[in-house]
Design a protein around this ligand. Structure first.
Ligand SMILES: [Fe+2]
Length: 258
C-alpha cells in the first residue's frame, strides 16, 4: 500500500484487503473525510476489452429503453441525451445489470469482492443486497456508463449515502490519454478544488470516493466529436446499491448549481 499523501491511498490488491479490518477502517475514515482511494488492477484489461465489445454490439444492434429499478427488473440499456426528466442532467449510454438475472459474464460473481468491500466499509453484512431479492427495498446494481467523445457529460451532483452505501465504487473501463484526451470524471473537494480522477487511474483500476462529495463528468473530447455508434470515449462501471422506485426512505441524487 502506498501513501500518496497523508490522506489519500493507493492500494495494489483488493483480494487481501477485504480480510483486513484495519485497512477497511482506514478506507472508511478517508471516505468520511471526503478524500478518495485508488485500488490498482482490480479487473483485468483483456476482460474489460471483451466485455466492452459485447456491450458495443448490444448498443449498436438493439433499441435502448428506460426501465425503472423494480423487483425482478430485466437487464437493459438506455440512452440519456440531456433528458429533462433526469434528476441529474447528462448525456451517456447506460447498461444495467441486476443480481437476479443471469448474464454471460457472470458479473456479480466476477465483482463480488467489490460489493463485499463496499458493504464492509459500511459495517453491514458483506453479501447484503447481493441475493436474488430485495433487502430493505434496495438491490445491488451494476451500471456501465459510456460517455461519447464530443458530447458525453454529467452535471455536478451528490448521491444519497446512508446505511445502504457510503461509496459507489467505480472501475475505469477506458484510459484517459489513450481512449480520450480531455474532460472526464471530477470530484469537487471541500476547498472547492476539482480533482481529475480519471488521470489517477487507467482501465481496470478502481476509485472509491464519498458519494456525497459533489462530482461530475466534464464533456469528453469537446473538440474531437465522434459518432455515438463508434463508441469512442469514456467507459466506466459503477457498483451501486439502489433503492427501488417508490422507496422514499432514501433520497434521490441531487444536481447542484454550477
Ligand atoms: Fe454520481
Amino acid at each position: 500500500m502506498k501513501q500518496e499523501n497523508k490522506e489519500n491511498i493507493i492500494i495494489e490488491d483488493i483480494e487481501n484487503i477485504i480480510h483486513e479490518k484495519k485497512i477497511i477502517d482506514q478506507i472508511k475514515s478517508i471516505l468520511i473525510k471526503k478524500k478518495y482511494c485508488v485500488i490498482k488492477n482490480v479487473i483485468d484489461k483483456e476482460w474489460i476489452k471483451a466485455f466492452k465489445g459485447y456491450l458495443v454490439n448490444i448498443g449498436k444492434n438493439s433499441l435502448p429503453n428506460y426501465k425503472s429499478i423494480s423487483p425482478s427488473a430485466p437487464n437493459s440499456h438506455r440512452i440519456n441525451i440531456n433528458d429533462e426528466r433526469s434528476y441529474v442532467k447528462g448525456t451517456f449510454h447506460q447498461f444495467v445489470f441486476y443480481p437476479w438475472n443471469q448474464d454471460l459474464f457472470s458479473l456479480f460473481k466476477k465483482t463480488r469482492n467489490i460489493f463485499f468491500l463496499k458493504n464492509l466499509i459500511n459495517g453491514i453484512r458483506k453479501d447484503k443486497f447481493l441475493k436474488n431479492r430485495l433487502e430493505d427495498n434496495c438491490t445491488a446494481r451494476i451500471a456501465v456508463q459510456f460517455y461519447p467523445s464530443g458530447q458525453g457529460f454529467l452535471n455536478t451532483h451528490i448521491d444519497p449515502i446512508g446505511d445502504h452505501q457510503l461509496t459507489v465504487p467505480m472501475i475505469m473501463m477506458s484510459s484517459k490519454g489513450i481512449d480520450y484526451f480531455s474532460g472526464g470524471g471530477k470530484i469537487i473537494t471541500q476547498s472547492n478544488k476539482k480533482i481529475d480522477i480519471d488521470s489517477l487511474c487507467e482501465a481496470g483500476d478502481m476509485i472509491l470516493s464519498n458519494a456525497s462529495s459533489p462530482h461530475c463528468v466534464d464533456i469528453i473530447d469537446k473538440n474531437l466529436p465522434k459518432p455515438w455508434l463508434e463508441f469512442k470515449g469514456r467507459w466506466i462501471m459503477l457498483f451501486a446499491v439502489n433503492k427501488i422506485d417508490g422507496n422514499d426512505k432514501i433520497k434521490n441524487s441531487k444536481e447542484l448549481l454550477a
